[in-house]
Structure formats: C-alpha cells, structure tokens
Design a protein around this ligand. Structure first.
Ligand code: RTP
Ligand code: MG
Length: 145
C-alpha cells in the first residue's frame, strides 16, 4: 500500500482555476517548497463536471455546491501530493482561512485569494480525506519513487 512507501504524512493540494489563470502556479509551489513540505507528485488537469462533483461530494447538500463545481471546472487546476511531518495541518496553516479576507499575512489565500470561492487553493482537512483525495487523482505508480 501507499503507506509502505511513504515517510511522514501525505496531503492533497489543488491550485484552483483562479490562481492558475492568474499565473500563480510557480509562486504557490515555491511557498509550499519554502515551507519545507516536499512536492511528491504534481500535474495539471482540467476536471470534468462529473469529476468535480465526485471530488466535492461531501459538500453536495451545501447551498454553494453548484457554483463551486462550476468554478472548479472553469479552467485547469494543478493537483499535487505533499509530504512531510504533520503535512495536513502545516499545509492548511500555509493556505490560511477559507475566506481570504480572514487569512493572515504570509498565507497563500491572503496573497492570491479573491473571495470565499475563488480562494486559490485546496488542502485536505484530515487523514481520511487526504487518503481519499490523493487516490482520487493519483495512482500508486505516480507516487512511489
Ligand atoms: P478547501 O476544502 O477548498 O481546502 O477549503 P476549506 O476546507 O477551507 O473550505 P470548505 O468549507 O471545505 O469549502 C470548500 C470550498 O468551497 C468554497 N466555498 N464557497 N460560497 C460559499 O459560501 C463558500 N463556502 C465555501 C470555497 O472555495 C472552499 O474552499
Ligand atoms: Mg474543505
């Protein structure tokens, strides 16, 4: 299994369509690297509606679900797997608050987020979701080195 090949914790990251459209891929990957998290795998994708609905299935009863899916398919994203001790919490701290208006200086959302929806990035919120999200977009072959 994946765990057999992994040092530290894995988390899953999306550079969302707003940040890709604004040419922030490099800046965001640099912030991730500078934070000490290791980029274990990364690729650009453009999700289909079905793929985005599947990814955000946990939010399907939320009022913003339809809009969120439309936003996530509005352009390409960069999906990555990050690795490190306590990677899930460290990456959420680096992203900052969901609403960029509440995000502190030095975070990705403070630097590049435009609003509650176009907030530049996604990061897994716990070990179970990290596992599901990594395997939603990456095969073991893309992760093992
Ligand atoms: P993410 O899942 O993207 O890492 O963000 P999060 O945990 O900070 O936020 P979450 O509550 O999981 O919401 C997922 C994404 O849905 C959009 N959102 N829109 N219109 C709204 O009120 C609203 N609330 C959330 C955001 O893009 C958020 O990242
Ligand atoms: Mg979330």
């Amino acid at each position: 299994t994946l765990e057999d090949f992994t040092m530290g914790e894995l988390t899953f990251s999306i550079i969302k369509p707003d940040a890709v459209a604004n040419n922030k891929i490099g800046d965001i990957l640099k912030m991730i690297s500078d934070s000490g998290l290791k980029i274990k795998a990364t690729k650009m994708i453009h999700m289909s509606k079905t793929q985005a609905e599947g990814f955000y299935a946990v939010h399907k009863e939320r009022p913003f679900f339809g809009e969120l899916v439309e936003f996530m398919i509005s352009g390409p994203c960069v999906v990555s797997v990050l690795e490190g001790d306590n990677a899930i919490k460290r990456y959420r701290d680096l992203m900052g608050a969901t609403n960029p208006a509440d995000a502190v200086e030095g975070t990705i959302r403070k630097a590049f987020g435009a609003g509650i929806e176009a907030n530049a990035c996604h990061g897994s919120d716990g070990p179970d979701t990290a596992k599901v999200e990594v395997s939603y977009f990456f095969s073991n072959l893309e992760l093992v080195n």
